[in-house]
Design a binder for this molecule. Structure first.
Ligand code: ADP
Ligand code: MG
Length: 321
């Protein structure tokens, strides 16, 4: 069983940033309004994610580390109608199989649970007091040295962690986020009331004021787009964000729709700034393509492409008025 978890871990946990993503998304699903992330040594020494969400009772906490144990999917209907960030129930078991975990959690007005797991084996369970959930991951890949060796420099791994938290923070603007790396506060975001306010918090006022915004669609597929002006092209793709049902994803076809809207206006080597938020009926999209859920399959790819293309066109027209 442990071997299977270790194999699964290779799919879900590529690097420290993958752990951060899974833990933060669990906190989001637990309806936290504040999530704190602490990192030491690029996540190789410590990743701690603490939230003020609904927490777990003793039984939930024990089950949470079993493979495919998810509290979020009850039947096949749920699997094709996903409303939570998690649904595969393999993140915690995968992470726990390749690290040393300490979980502290409690549900309202109940005695809390503190649990220690090393390499997937439960070492200790005891009472404690807690609010919400805090999960500490130490010595990632301590028992899979080959994977540990593949980790990049601290600055590269930190970059991926910051990118991961930034993406989650943009899409979940109503949640407060604090990211601390080696005791330096890197992000400190209070809950905000809109996407543009969150973009402003992260990127600054000048950046945010350069964006053209547009909304369109119907009750099945809805798009909110913030597009950089043609006078504001970049030399890299670092300021391109796509979220589908609040999930940060990569989808080359959707991204290409934006480039196409600029047509010949984009010189070679230049890239537009954009934030695309697509809200789509969960039955029209499949996130279950890869364990990391970073890829999507649309039931009607062209419909999404055209919606994004037309929105970007319209935004550019408005922006040049
Ligand atoms: P999934 O998110 O796909 O359900 P995970 O392995 O990520 O699977 O988590 C397993 C279960 O542990 C979740 O379904 C949830 O019930 C519980 N859980 C994990 N993290 C938290 C948290 N921060 N707060 C409350 N419950 C949590
Ligand atoms: Mg999860």
């Amino acid at each position: 069983l442990n071997l299977r978890n270790k194999i699964a871990a290779g799919e879900v946990v590529e690097r420290p940033a993958s752990v951060v993503k899974e833990l933060v998304e669990n906190s989001i699903d637990a309806m936290a309004s504040r999530i704190e992330i602490d990192i030491l040594k690029a996540g190789k020494r410590l990743i701690r994610v603490s939230d003020n969400g609904i927490g777990m009772d003793r039984q939930d906490a024990i089950v949470a580390f079993e493979r495919y144990a998810t509290s979020k999917i009850k039947d096949e209907h749920d699997l094709f109608n996903i409303k939570t960030m998690g649904f595969r129930g393999e993140a915690l078991s995968s992470i726990a199989s390749v690290s040393k975990v300490r979980l502290i959690t409690s549900q309202k007005s109940e005695i809390g649970t503190c649990m220690e797991i090393i390499g997937g084996n439960v070492k200790e369970i005891k009472d404690c007091s807690a609010i919400g959930t805090s999960i500490e991951i130490r010595d990632l890949f301590f028992n899979t040295p080959a994977r540990r060796k593949f980790l990049k420099s601290d600055s590269t791994e930190n970059y991926h962690i910051i990118d991961t938290v930034t993406c989650e923070a943009i899409s979940h603007h109503h949640i407060g986020f604090v990211l601390t790396i080696d005791n330096n506060c890197v992000l400190n975001l209070s809950p905000s009331s809109s996407h543009i306010e969150r973009i402003l918090q992260i990127f600054g006022k000048d950046f945010a004021s350069e964006l053209i915004d547009i909304e369109s669609g119907d009750e099945q597929i809805y798009i909110k787009l913030f597009l950089g002006k043609i006078t504001n092209l970049r030399n890299n793709k670092n300021n391109q964000f796509l979220f589908i049902n609040n999930r940060p994803v990569k989808d080359p076809s959707t991204t290409y729709a934006v480039y196409k809207a600029y047509e010949e206006l984009i010189p070679k080597g230049k890239h537009p700034v954009f934030f695309i938020f697509i809200t789509i009926d969960p039955v029209l999209v499949d996130f279950n393509v890869h364990p990391t859920k970073r890829e999507v399959r649309f039931e009607d790819k062209n419909r999404v492409f055209n919606l994004v293309y037309r929105a970007a066109k319209e935004a550019l027209k408005n922006g040049s008025l």
